[in-house]
Write a protein of this length. Structure first.
Length: 346
């Protein structure tokens, strides 16, 4: 009779089972923690004017979880594959279902979109955060000329950007309104169609940043066109500013009598509570209506640009309008891509 194995060889099967058991426990912990985080983020009650420190801290956490829910869904999908390799059926099913819930809405954006019926008046709109320190004005000009938009909304518009763009675009865009600043919050609207009214100082938020509303006459139809750049929620103070600005915007929209186009860098994604609130008010993202794919606009470069990006730039339209096509632009030196849409007017 052969002698029984001793030493490391004798312990290998038991050691392998112990490792698999430990890995399964770690995966279960991650899945349960992810489920709790997502439940907290999507059930958190939002009052955009509430400003206590504890509430803003909870709102910021909920915001970040919702912002990266797609990425969490991808991690859960990887966990489901590992669980399947471990032959843990229940863990595989739970992780896969949670992954589908977190990432499924954005995966669905690769499906077909319905187009608007022909015969309506059309208007092409572009929105682009230029990036204040971007020096590639040639690429920006090429992008605008390639898309040939009727209305262009620009953010981070500085005197240097005006000097670079206005001479080349003045003939095509006779109606231009600027708020030039040396920081990241200058704005400009360039339009082929007449701008019959403009307000460059909408009262949004507490910081006094410029936001634009222009009444533009497109083929005899008037639009209320908003060019917006909301503060990025990098901390509680700026989180409060973004939420306050949105609350003020919702009040303005409640009084709006014209069809509405909101364009700009909103610094929130379609999965945010802010986007949910705009949807409840009848505003629809053109990319969700007529785009394809996730439509990520940020970041274009930097250390994280290879990771799945975020759609922080949007064009929203009210229910009287329809999106025919929607797409994102090329890399033009900015850390954002442009969002472009062809809109059908009633």
């Amino acid at each position: 009779m052969a002698p029984a194995p001793v030493g490391k060889a004798a312990g290998m099967p038991s050691c392998g089972r112990a490792v698999r058991t430990h890995l399964a426990r770690v995966l279960w912990f991650g899945v349960v923690a992810s489920a709790a985080a997502l439940a907290f983020a999507f059930l958190f009650p939002h009052d955009f004017r509430r400003a206590t420190v504890a509430y803003l801290a909870a709102a910021w956490i909920a915001f970040m979880i919702r912002t990266f829910s797609f990425h969490l869904g991808l991690v859960l999908a990887a966990g489901a594959l590992v669980a399947a390799g471990l032959r843990r059926f229940r863990l595989t099913v739970v992780a896969a279902l949670l992954s589908l819930w977190a990432a499924g809405p954005e995966v669905a954006t690769y499906g077909p979109r319905l187009s608007a019926t022909a015969g309506h008046a059309r208007c092409t709109v572009m929105s682009l955060n230029l990036l204040r320190d971007n020096d590639d004005s040639a690429s920006v000009l090429a992008e605008i000329l390639r898309a040939r938009p009727d209305i262009v909304a620009l953010q981070e518009y500085t005197p240097r950007w005006r000097a670079a763009l206005e001479p080349a675009l003045a003939d095509d865009y006779r109606f231009r309104h600027h708020v030039e600043r040396d920081d990241c919050f200058g704005l400009a609207v360039y339009s082929r169609w007449p701008v019959v009214e403009v307000d460059d100082a909408l009262p949004l938020g507490r910081f006094g940043l410029p936001q634009q509303r222009a009444v533009i006459e497109v083929q005899g139809r008037r639009l209320a066109f908003y060019n917006l750049h909301l503060w990025p929620p990098k901390g509680l103070h700026t989180m409060q500013e973004q939420r306050q600005a949105l609350a003020d915007l919702l009040e303005l929209l409640a009084r709006e009598e014209l069809p509405v186009v909101l364009a700009g860098d909103f610094n929130f994604t379609k999965s945010s509570a802010m986007a949910d609130e705009l949807a409840r008010r009848g505003l629809r993202d053109v990319h969700d209506l007529a785009g394809r794919g996730r439509g990520s606009t940020w970041p274009v470069h930097g250390p994280f640009w290879l990771l799945p990006g975020l759609r922080l730039d949007h064009i929203y339209i009210s229910s009287e309008l329809t999106a025919v096509r929607a797409w994102t632009g090329a890399r033009v030196g900015s850390d954002h891509r442009a969002v472009i849409a062809e809109i059908a007017l009633p």
